[in-house]
Design a protein. Sequence first.
Length: 423
Amino acid sequence: MENGVSDEVGYDVRAVRQDFPILGIQVHGKPLVYLDNAATSQKPQVVIDSLVHYYTRYNANVHRGIYTLSEQATAAYENARARVARFINAPSPECIIFTRNTTEAINLVRYAWGADNVRAGDEILISEMEHHSNLVPWQLLAQEQGAELRFLRVNNEGRLMLDGLDVLITEKTRLIAVTHVSNVLGTINPVKGIIKKAHKYGALVLLDAAQSVPHMPVDVQELDCDFLAFSGHKMMGPTGVGVLYAKPHLLEAMRPFMGGGSMIRKVMLAESTWADVPQKFEAGTPNIADVIALGAAVDYLSDLGMANVREHEIQITQYALDQMREVSGIKLFGPWELQTRAGVVSFVLDGVHPHDIAQILDSEAVAVRAGHHCCQPLMRRFNVPATARASFYAYTTEEEIDALLEGIHKAQRVFGHAIERSV
Ligand code: 7TS
């Protein structure tokens, strides 16, 4: 990848970086090295422009005005829905519900589907590597309905132990809620096989796609998942907009999530009827500007090509892992096989607390996250209170990985725990 131009990747990483104004800034007088993309991604100028353009040229409420501005805003909003649908190959734009984020999309399913479909004695299967947002809603639902939570465990390599799947799925399993890609380990789970097996038992599958849709081609029809949730802000879009995809017949049958304006057909004093899908699930004034800007992010990613984004991340992750594994006193988490691993590297250093690693890295303008990453059960599984985590994206360069490594060595020097590597 000399000079940032890669024959294999299909785009020029340096040219891509020019599209992201924030990647040119300095922190503590040093060029920003942004390696916290699993938390949120940076935004290209076209996404920022889309927000400014909306607010300066056609800001109006949607689905109600008969005047030009409102019609323009409505067209742009619905156009974004169509583009998001195409991006994940949903069968129609009506299968796309806009939410605030992944968390809200999962909670929508917990309320609008869960309340009618999970009963006392039923089972919900989740995994030990779930983000809290795909764990706590199911704890709440199970407690409320008297259902049982069951757990897919994680092996030492950071993969789901699927040998147990045949025992864990039963006739009582209503839902399997599992992450497509782990935000801590980077593991890409073999969800297609899980979905196939679940359907044999009549169970539905919700995929937490917060870490997959931004980073690799995802085709909901090919996967045959029933629900899929992701966040705009992790895929170059703005904060405040997320997506729930669901199969059309499920959305038709589900009760509303929130009540209010826009989601009704006829309102009487004592009762109401509901608007068609997707409006049934989008009560109140939606996040118009951010939805439209998410459409711009989807266009930007589509122009790069998701297969190219994935290929770039494989290369950069390989480069990072090759160097990091040489550091003495480091422990890396997650699988080594790059075809089933995403661009997330969690690590701990002997004798240096992860928060101290992050602080030293910050002094070098390298941004990583330290903590439990909203995965406390997974931290317990690996017997650590926290990890440091570097996470990559389409614009990450080898020079940035070099800066990360220099920062890691500095942390070891500062905390005096550098151990000579024994050969
Ligand atoms: N699921 C996964 C797998 C995630 O990584 C995250 C966010 C969420 C759900 C929740 O997304 P939200 O947009 O609703 O907040 N993960 C992280 C992270 O790893 N660091 O900060 C946020």
